[in-house]
Design a protein around this ligand. Sequence first.
Ligand SMILES: Nc1ncnc2c1ncn2[C@@H]1O[C@H](COP(=O)(O)OP(=O)(O)O)[C@@H](O)[C@H]1O
Ligand SMILES: [Mg+2]
Length: 256
Amino acid sequence: MARKIVVTSGKGGVGKTTVAAYLAAQLAKKGQRVILCDGDFGLNNVDVALGVENLVVYDIVDVIEGRCRAKQALIKHPDFPNLYVLTSSRVTAERYVSPQAVKLVLDGFSKQFDFILIDCPAGMDEGFHRAVATAEEAIVVTTPHLSSLRDADKIITVLKSYRLAELSLVVNMVRGDLLASGEVLSPQEVSELLRIPLLGVLPEEQGLYNGDFTKIHISFRWMSAALLSGRKKIYDPSKKYKGFLGNVRRILKGRL
Ligand SMILES: Nc1ncnc2c1ncn2[C@@H]1O[C@H](COP(=O)(O)OP(=O)(O)O)[C@@H](O)[C@H]1O
Ligand SMILES: [Mg+2]
């Protein structure tokens, strides 16, 4: 049976879609059969994040409303044979889609897949509840900054009222230089503040989608390994800013 994991945050723009897409790709690379479902019916962009927007024919609402069979709405990713994308691309914001209907579609795939990741919309309204109600586990994404932390805290309180088997944290957009100089909370401090365990840490990287994401890749590899084996290895973005040369890098970055 597939593990259904919702990737959520509270605040928008903190990296939910990015985390869901990269994690899905890494799990698929490790041989897991994965569906990435776009639970963000308003600002849906999972297809774009994974570069399959031109391959969309049917979406989850077509399945729910009987215009196609469930399998027809799965887009097989051209680069990752085990990765499938289930979009919500053609849904208009006004259309009501119930959590039960989405759950039914995902449950139908459960036997043939190992993971179903659900990308959640920002906020705490209908779309959020619909996405969370379909899942059994949740990954909360936050940045180390106050506005994002405050929203993450609110969302975690709500998530705790759902009976989820697992709740874990990804701290995104961590600047290694600021971490080394103590100007931002460390991911461990964020995890203690929010009182949920850390699954992974992602550095803030320029050109995320332009092929320059080696460090991001390492971190996602470790996160997917943690999901599979429970053995956690947390990426430390401040490492290259420690020691003598590290201090030089940090000072130079501060001047930018
Ligand atoms: N670690 C990161 N470093 C740099 N940019 C990032 C990082 N994570 C996400 N982004 C960028 O931030 C923007 C918002 O990310 P996205 O995943 O769409 O957030 P959300 O789904 O929470 O709204 C995107 O342009 C994305 O490329
Ligand atoms: Mg998003």
